[in-house]
Design a protein around this ligand. Structure first.
Ligand code: HXC
Length: 258
């Protein structure tokens, strides 16, 4: 499938999706988001794909929603079309793991898109921010919600109210990203993390993603119960028998997603 605003490569069980609107620093418009959703759904149904990596360019993961596309819209327009909400729900429904590999700017909707992924690996050039306040608006795809859960109220308020950018080191300290690497190493690091995940049983991978995401929706006790029941259910899989047998036999497990 040929896309206009993204480039997709599937190799070695990994779907690599590159945002590709270089003239606009990968600003998100309707076309890009719908192509991204289509590529993610393709990856979800493609049995060869075991992990997904979403990335941008060296200069920008994505510099936000497309300001030129939004500037003339009215309240009625954005309310009626519920700008980008259906797409963000579709992204949230992808059950395979998604890593965001961020270099350069991840601003506004770009930062929010990175946070919709399961975790973020960034280069030392990365800059995260919710600068919508400078445009007379505010975050609309999770910048006041996911960011607050990721970095806490103090930094989230600071970023959303001042519009300042957070560099890679601060983002790692604050818990927004899982790893920071030199720019040249970014894709190697992200692909190697994806390969590691691709070696595991897909059943356990998807169970872990589901259980971790439930932690944002539930009380601790409900979440612990959910986790325990999913843990119990994994004992119905052949992969649990294989994983534990391989440990005893001091060999690598051969998972078969069964
Ligand atoms: C449209 C954008 C864009 C954006 C950059 N460009 N960001 N176009 N929407 N969000 C375009 C510029 O207009 C310019 O095009 C080209 O990309 C290069 O950008 P420059 O500004 O010339 O580059 P630079 O000087 O290096 O500055 C980089 C930057 C700056 C700091 C990232 O571009 C910037 O501040 N961008 C806007 C960031 C932002 O406010 N994001 C939040 C958007 S609101 P031309 O044609 O002039 O060369 C949002 C809401 C989400 O995300 C919620 C939706 C529901």
């Amino acid at each position: 499938m040929a896309f206009e605003t993204i480039i997709v490569d599937v190799e070695d069980h990994i779907a690599l999706i590159r945002l590709n609107r270089p003239d606009a620093l990968n600003a998100l418009n309707a076309e890009l988001l719908s192509e991204l959703v289509e590529a993610l759904k393709d990856a979800q149904t493609n049995e060869k794909v075991r992990c997904i990596v979403v990335t941008g360019s060296e200069k920008a993961f994505a510099a936000g929603a497309d300001i030129k596309m939004m500037s003339e819209k009215s309240f009625v327009d954005v309310f009626t079309e519920d700008l980008f909400t259906p797409e963000s729900h579709e992204i949230g429904r992808i059950r395979k793991p998604i890593i965001a590999a961020v270099s350069g700017y991840a601003l506004g909707g770009g930062c929010e898109l990175a946070m919709m992924c399961d975790f973020i690996i960034c280069s030392d050039t990365a800059k995260f921010g919710q600068p919508e306040i400078n445009l007379g608006v505010m975050a609309g795809l999770g910048g006041t919600q996911r960011l607050t859960r990721a970095v806490g109220k103090a930094k989230s308020m600071d970023m959303n109210l001042t519009g300042r950018f957070m560099d890679a080191e601060e983002a790692e300290r604050a818990g927004l990203v899982s790893r920071v690497v030199p720019g040249k190493e970014l894709m190697k690091e992200a692909m190697s993390a994806a390969s590691k995940i691709a070696e595991k049983s897909m059943i356990t991978v998807m169970a872990i993603k589901e259980a971790t995401n439930r932690s944002f929706e539930m009380t601790l006790n409900e979440g612990l119960l959910f986790e325990r029941r999913v843990f119990h259910s994994l004992f119905a899989t052949e992969d649990q028998k294989e994983g534990m047998a391989a440990f005893s036999e001091k060999r690598q497990p051969q998972f078969r997603d069964k």
